[in-house]
Ligand binder design. Sequence first.
Ligand code: RIB
Length: 296
Amino acid sequence: MSKLLVVGSISTDFVVETKREPKVGETIFGETFQTNFGGKGANQAVAAAKLGAEVEMFGSVGSDEFGKRLLNNLKCNGIGVDHVQIVKESPSGSAVITVMNGNNTIIYVAGANDAYTVECLFQNQQQLDMLKQRDMVIVQNELPQATIEKLINQSYQNRIPVLYNPAPARKLPENLMEFITFLTPNETEFQEMFPGQSISEMIKKYPNKLIVTLGQNGAQFHDGNKIITVPAVEIEHVVDTTGAGDTFNGAFAVAYMEGRTVEECVRFANKAAAISIQKPGAQNGMPTKEEIKKLL
Ligand code: RIB
C-alpha cells in the first residue's frame, strides 16, 4: 500500500446554497445550509485514503467541539492523526462557502490551522521518521508559509517527492521550484503566481512538474516534447465543485505512488474530480477506485 503524508488544513465548511448573491445591505432567502468536513489538507487526505492509500496527516485543530468532529472524521476515513495537534488558543479552522449554480466562493478563516507553525514541524524524531517512511508528501497553502517551506526542504533532503497544491495562491519563492516534484495551481492561482506569463510558456519551463488544472477544460502540462492537454470528463449535472481540486490532487498522488506516468496520473485525477462534483460538499462525493472503474 502506498504511504502518503498530507500536511495541511483541517476545517469545517459552513455551506449556503443560493440562487443569487445578495447586494450590499440586502437580505435574501437562501436555499439550503449544511455543515461539512473540509480544509484543503483534510480533503486531499480523504481523497487519497478513499482511493486506497495509507495516509498520515500533520496539522492542527482547536480544542472545541468542531476539532473533535474533525479528528473523528479523519479517523473514520482511516487516516493517521497521531501527529495532529490540538491547540487551546484558537478555534478550529473554518470556511464559509456559497454555492450558486454548482459553483462556489469560499472565505477561509485559518484559526487553529495557523497554529501549525514552523516550530511544530519535525519537532521530534518520530515526525521525521514518519516523513522518511512515506512515498510522497502533499501540502497546500492553508498553513503558514514558513511551515510549507520547511516541509518542502526536508522532503527534498530526504528524497521524498512533494506535490505542492498552491491554493489559495501565494507568491512562490523561485528557488523552491527546484525542490518540488509537482506544482498544481488552477488557472486563477497560476495567474497570481506567475503574473503576466502564459500557461504554455511556464509549463514548457517546468516540464512534467507544473500541471495547471483548467476546470471543465481539464488540465495541461508539458511532457518535455509537447504540451499535453488532458480533457475533463463531461458531467451532465454538476451539483457542487467544492473540493474538486482537492480530489484531483489526492487522486494524482495515489496514481503517482503506483508508478503511473504523469499523463496517466492526470487522467485518473480528472476522473476522480468529475465524480466528486456530483454530490454536495467537499468530501461527500470523493470516489473509491471501484467507482472510478465504473466511470470507464
Ligand atoms: O478546496 C475546498 C476547501 O477549501 C473547502 O473544503 C474549504 O475548507 C476551503 O478551505
